[in-house]
Design a binder for this molecule. Structure first.
Ligand code: ADP
Ligand code: MG
Length: 572
């Protein structure tokens, strides 16, 4: 017997959660395992094409399912790339390598089982979902081009073993030993042919390789003499046949109006390891010098690791339906890095490498079209479904703002119409366009004020004054907001004006005269205050900025208080 190895700590905890999962969609385990099998075949397919391997028959690729009622097992076999000993250990012994750190942290923060589903959904824990329905899982695998096959086996609770075994061809077979039925859960359904057929249709229909299973079907027995039969005389026999359960047409190759929302959502979730439906699906084709089809998704939630180094942006790249690579970075600009999806083009070279991507002209054309498409879809959403757009904005708005900021003006045209800021007048998020459209007669500037919270900004003395004059103010609550406006410089030829800064020039001639008079009258007091405060202030003035408060601090032209705060908080 091989020595038992323990799962890495965080994997162990996730397994516990999986096993005791209150998650009701246990059936998704099949979709996860099928998708892994398909990925493994993709890898070998790609290898055979790019390295011209003559010993691989591309027509023989398939996924085979087998139900064994007596032993209560369900197995999923593929003739893909397979795994060697190290890979079994690495891929199945550690959960979500990249996400594990964030995962552990998250678990420590909320130790609630109900949140498990949420957490599970954030990582590539596909394989582990097998333990939702099985109390033991065997993985027999042989890597293409290697001699030895291995069996990885685990009952989840108690670590796993890896031993040598024998297997004729390369690929992987995963055998699930189904759990015993309980009062609430019937695991026997995964031994029922019709249930498996249903699940494949529902979740894995688009998989490009045949998913086969021996099925028993009732066939009508034709009478030997070929005569008409009365319905009550018709006889049936049970025949066993190897049946392909999926239609094998990649989802993105099907016609848009034949695809249901549910199909898109299921596809997204299985392909991009998410438990949450995407907020938006964008499916389009372009014909021309470079032809391609793209299927894009805006996730419903930011992935757990979205703001960490672990997050990889990019789209999956296919050439004529053949998978080339994951996370092709060049296809998605930084400001839309939350978009997931894929591109399939017949005009790309199969042998394209990551390094070549950067210089590939066709790829640049594709990337450009994709950027434009995302923008136009977002604008459409903004126009037609404000609520949806605000939901998007709350999830990924910050990314758009950083896009403006980091682009140093280069993305101004592209992104400025997508921005939303809180309005003092509307008391909700508005676009810059909406602001400018309803500016008052003679209003020269777009007024804004920064602060920690909307309510706090609303109470500021300077804000009161501008509001009383009837002007609308944008309330900025994100650190980056002011920088964004600064980078924009102007919008529709209007300047942005910080109302806590410099002279607002809101007063009429009369008011100005009044002010001068007051300053003259109080000259001694003002000078006294300036002397007392010394270097701390530049000037003490009588102000019309105030309405209800006796005094306020105001910054000079140049950097505002808020920007100073942000800059001084930044690491050197
Ligand atoms: P993901 O698919 O998101 O990478 P999984 O937990 O589903 O995460 O799988 C973990 C890893 O295990 C895969 O990335 C792959 O390397 C390996 N793996 C799983 N199933 C197979 C298989 N049938 N053939 C080859 N490798 C596999
Ligand atoms: Mg997977």
């Amino acid at each position: 017997m091989a020595r038992k190895k323990q799962f890495k700590a965080e994997s162990k905890r996730l397994l516990d959660l999986m096993i005791n999962s209150i998650y009701t969609h246990k059936e998704i385990f099949l979709r996860e395992l099928i998708s892994n099998a398909s990925d493994a075949i993709d890898k070998l397919y790609y290898k055979s094409l790019s390295e011209n391997l003559s010993d691989i028959d591309q027509n023989a690729f398939k996924i085979h399912l087998e139900i064994d009622k007596e032993n209560r097992t369900l197995s999923i076999s593929d003739n893909g790339l397979g795994m060697n000993k190290e890979e079994l250990e690495e891929n199945l012994g550690t959960i979500a390598k990249s996400g594990s750190f964030a995962f552990k942290q998250e678990l420590e923060e909320k130790d609630e089982k109900e949140d498990a589903v949420d957490i599970i959904g954030q990582f590539g824990v596909g394989f582990y979902s097998a333990f939702m329905v099985a109390n033991r899982v065997d993985v027999v695998s042989k890597k293409y081009g290697e001699e030895t096959a291995y069996i990885w086996s685990s009952d989840a609770s108690d670590g796993y073993t890896i031993e040598e075994t024998s297997k004729d061809d390369c690929g992987t077979t995963i055998t699930l030993y189904l759990k015993d039925n309980t009062d609430d859960e019937n695991y026997d359904e995964y031994l029922a042919q019709y249930e498996i057929e249903r699940l494949i249709k529902k979740y894995s229909d688009y998989i490009r390789y045949p998913i086969e299973m021996w099925v028993e079907e009732q066939k009508r027995i034709e009478p030997e003499d070929g005569e008409e039969q009365k319905p009550e005389d018709v006889k049936y026999e049970t025949v066993k046949e190897l049946k392909t359960l999926n239609s094998m047409i990649p989802l993105w190759k099907r016609s848009k109006n034949e695809i249901t929302k549910e199909e898109y959502n299921d596809f997204y979730k299985s392909k991009f390891n998410d438990f949450t439906d995407p907020q938006k699906t964008i499916h389009f084709s372009v014909e021309g010098n470079v032809s391609f089809t793209s299927l894009l998704f805006i996730p419903g939630k930011a992935p757990m690791n979205y703001y960490s180094q672990d997050y990889k942006k990019g789209l999956q790249l296919y050439s004529r339906g053949v998978f080339i690579m994951d996370n092709a970075d060049e296809l998605i600009p930084e400001h839309f890095r939350f978009v997931k999806g894929l591109v399939d083009s017949q005009d790309l070279n199969l042998n394209i490498s990551r390094e070549m991507l950067q210089h590939d002209r066709q790829l640049k054309v594709i990337a450009n079209r994709i950027e434009k498409k995302i923008k136009s879809e977002l604008l459409l959403m903004l126009k037609n479904d404000r609520e949806e757009y605000e939901k998007f904005w709350n999830t990924f708005g910050l990314q758009i703002k950083f896009g403006v900021y980091n682009g140093f003006g280069a993305n101004k045209e592209l992104l400025q119409d997508l921005l939303l800021f809180y309005s003092s007048k509307e008391q909700k998020l508005i676009t810059l366009d909406e602001y400018v459209a309803r500016m008052e007669e003679g209003q020269e500037n777009i007024y804004f004020m920064s602060g920690e919270k909307i309510e706090k900004i609303d109470q500021m003395p300077a804000v009161q004054k501008v509001k009383d004059k009837g002007y609308e103010i944008l309330y900025l609550t994100d650190n980056v907001d002011e920088f964004v406006l600064q980078i924009l410089g102007t919008f529709k030829e209007k300047n942005f004006k910080n109302i806590s800064q410099g002279d607002l020039d809101l007063d009429s001639e009369e008011e100005k005269k009044e002010l001068e008079k007051k300053a003259e009258e109080n000259k001694d007091m003002l000078e006294g205050l300036k002397t007392a405060l010394g270097e701390k202030v530049k000037e003490v003035k009588i102000s019309t900025r105030l309405v209800d408060d006796p005094v306020c601090l105001s910054s000079d032209e140049g950097m505002s208080f808020e920007m100073e705060k942000v800059l001084s908080a930044m690491p050197e």
